[in-house]
Design a protein around this ligand. Structure first.
Ligand code: NAP
Length: 251
């Protein structure tokens, strides 16, 4: 796996290091490329092309966000879709949407894997997703549809959000607002997946769900830290292994 970081964003540095560490633990080789913040877009495109051509590289990941002078869509689109282990390339997004084999965005894939591991019934379940981003909300909706759930996607303009959320058998929060989802949003007995990673006023890492008020009424709830975050890394390794097998003609 080739991991590219441009600049010094502290959160990105933590994510990149965690990914490299996970590679080492599983015996997967990782190549790190740390470029200065003022790197020219052209130079990054050249590096990606070199990695696209390199037969020893099966996964390429470009840590987001990128500096302002770079066009994220152009950069992501330049990665060979077969090596796009983040699942952000438009080809992989399209394949997911039409229900074909794709490299699926890691956080949404981790959410589904977690639900399945805990044997949460998905077929026909009412699933409400708060957040419609391209990296979490939309792909998790596609995956839940694939699992035959009935899916509602909500966002900042949704009217009467607590009432919509209370319809959910499975509530997935991917908002980026510390502890916004309180017990008022949750039907007793619902399963709650918290994708958010935020810092609260005290500087503590918390999710989008107010764990203290929601956990007593939820059937199950994923913690932050320790829930979806580690699943995301696990799915990144899975995607890299899948990419390796496909490129080498093993599957
Ligand atoms: P994003 O791109 O900022 O999207 C946030 C979404 O939440 C948007 O669709 C936005 O609606 C919606 N939203 C914002 N305020 C809202 C409100 N008051 N009511 C209802 N909806 C609201 O964020 P993201 O990239 O999807 O990330 C979401 C969270 O997940 C963040 O905390 C991020 O750090 C975390 N995350 C975690 C992982 C992991 O590995 N665990 C991976 C990725 C992201 P509009 O579209 O209307 O603006």
């Amino acid at each position: 796996m080739a991991v590219i970081q441009v600049g010094e964003d502290p959160a990105s540095s933590i994510y990149v290091n965690n990914k490299k560490k996970a590679c080492e633990e599983t015996g997967m080789l990782s190549y790190g490329y740390h470029l200065p913040i003022e790197t020219d877009e052209h130079d990054l495109l050249e590096l990606i092309e070199q990695l696209n051509q390199d037969p020893s590289v099966h996964g390429i990941l470009c840590q987001l966000p990128l500096p302002k002078q770079m066009n994220e869509f152009k950069i992501i689109s330049s990665i060979n879709p077969s090596k796009d282990v983040d699942g952000f390339h438009p080809v992989n997004v399209g394949l997911l949407t039409i229900g074909k084999d794709a490299l699926v965005s890691c956080t949404p894939a981790g959410v589904i894997e977690m639900l399945k591991a805990y044997k949460i019934p998905l077929v026909g379940a009412n699933c409400v997703i708060v957040g419609r981003s391209n990296i979490v909300g939309k792909p998790v909706a596609q995956l839940m549809l694939k699992e035959h759930a009935t899916v509602t996607i909500t966002h900042s303009r949704t009217k009467n959000l607590p009432a919509v959320c209370r319809q959910a058998d499975i509530l997935i929060a991917a908002i980026g607002k510390a502890e916004m989802i309180t017990a008022e949003y949750v039907k007793p007995g619902a399963v709650v997946i918290d994708v958010g990673i935020n810092r609260n006023a005290a500087g503590k890492v918390v999710g989008d769900v107010d764990f203290a008020s929601v956990s007593p009424i939820a059937e199950a709830i994923s913690p932050v830290p320790g829930g979806v975050g580690p699943m995301t890394i696990a799915m990144l390794l899975m995607n890299t292994f899948t990419a390796f097998q496909r490129i080498e003609g093993i599957i």
